[in-house]
Write a protein that binds this ligand. Structure first.
Ligand code: DGY
Length: 351
């Protein structure tokens, strides 16, 4: 599985789980014995465990789920750098307990992902992909006044659920479209941020009932599994659209397909799916849903920036490079603090 790498064997080993950008990932070779996966691979849990066994660190993507089982035999593992802002593929509690630093890639993808959220919203509300399919299928025999009527964005009410960096980016874009923005979030944002985004805090039910378009941008956790279920969808206007660029598990896809098929919701735009890369046949069969393959952050510049940040994180988390010991974006900084205390104590004790 691993191409031969001519690295000094005494250096810590790191695993790169998928082909990323060679020129960026190549920076790891200055510090580590790098074992790269040559082609896009669906690694089984056992294959991940085997790959991690002798490693000090790993650079992974959302394809790799890592928890207690995968790290059980990885006695030397100290850091996992996830290429992605979302890290629900990691069991952070298990990593923390094992003293393994986990990192993610926030900020560098905010604007690109907000761009895409807005693009998906527009495509969904104005039926762009449905219209193209209709045209390509040869159905455009005559121009008609009522063909493919959609919903306006300008002047409408946008509901954003999850008002972190990406949610705020979408809200700022909505201002340019003269939209009224309601948001729901775990906690209310400071007044100054609300003003900058032109957004008003509202309860979850109010957002769902009032919005003409709802965009989901919240992080996934078991607490929000199927947050958008049949009951939430029933609160929405039948003319409304729902866009999900967060994680598939937040939406009950069967309930969504049912609402879309039965006219209780006008349209949906989905970039993420509960069982991705599998997409439910119930969704594939519908015309009023725009389906994209988890590409919200996929501009070339941003994907490169994500890999670069993940590489920086891994180098620093493993105590190398200019930021040794201080990876820029850890998700469990307590592990770092504990590691630092251990090192200081060991130094004081002359170890
Ligand atoms: C993220 O970063 O979490 C995206 O969903 C992956 O591109």
């Amino acid at each position: 599985m691993f191409p031969a790498v001519s690295m000094a064997e005494s250096r810590p080993r790191v695993w790169v789980s998928q082909p990323l950008f060679d020129d960026i990932v190549g920076r790891l070779a200055a510090h580590f014995d790098v074992r790269s996966t040559g082609e896009v691979t669906e690694h089984s849990p056992q294959a991940i465990a085997d790959a991690l066994r002798e490693c000090a660190g790993a650079l992974i993507t959302l394809n790799e789920r890592i928890g207690a089982r995968e790290i059980a035999a990885a006695a030397s593992l100290r850091a996992i750098a996830n290429v992605g802002v979302g890290y629900n593929n990691l069991d952070v509690a298990a990593l923390t307990q094992a003293g393994i630093v986990a990192t993610n890639t926030p900020d560098v993808l905010t604007e690109t992902t907000a761009d895409f959220g807005f693009a998906l919203l527009m495509a969904t509300a104005r039926r762009v992909t449905e219209a193209e399919r209709w045209l390509r299928e040869g159905q455009w025999q005559q121009w008609s006044f009522s063909t493919l009527l959609g919903a306006d964005l300008h002047g409408s009410t946008l509901g954003i659920v999850g008002m972190g960096r990406i949610g705020q980016g979408i809200a700022r874009r909505a201002r340019g479209f003269d939209m009224r923005v309601l948001y729901h979030n775990r906690s209310r944002l400071p007044d100054a941020v609300e003003q900058e985004c032109g957004a008003r805090y509202a309860g979850f039910d109010e957002v769902f009932a009032q919005a003409d378009h709802v965009v989901l941008v919240l992080p996934y956790s078991p607490q929000v599994h199927h947050l958008v279920d049949a009951a939430a969808l029933a609160k929405m206007k039948p003319t409304a659209t729902l866009v999900n660029i967060a994680r598939g598990g937040i939406v009950d896809e069967i309930a969504l397909a049912d609402a879309l098929a039965n006219g209780r919701l006008a349209a949906a735009g989905l970039d993420v799916y509960e069982g991705e890369p599998a997409v439910r046949p119930e969704l594939l069969a519908l015309r009023n849903v725009v389906l994209t393959p988890h590409i919200a952050s996929a501009s070339l510049a941003t994907r490169r920036a994500m890999v670069s940040l993940a590489v920086d994180n891994l180098i620093a988390a493993l105590g190398e490079g200019p930021d040794a010991g201080n990876p820029p974006t850890p998700v469990n900084p307590d592990v770092l603090a504990a590691a630092t205390i251990k090192t200081i104590t060991a130094k004081r004790q002359g170890a």
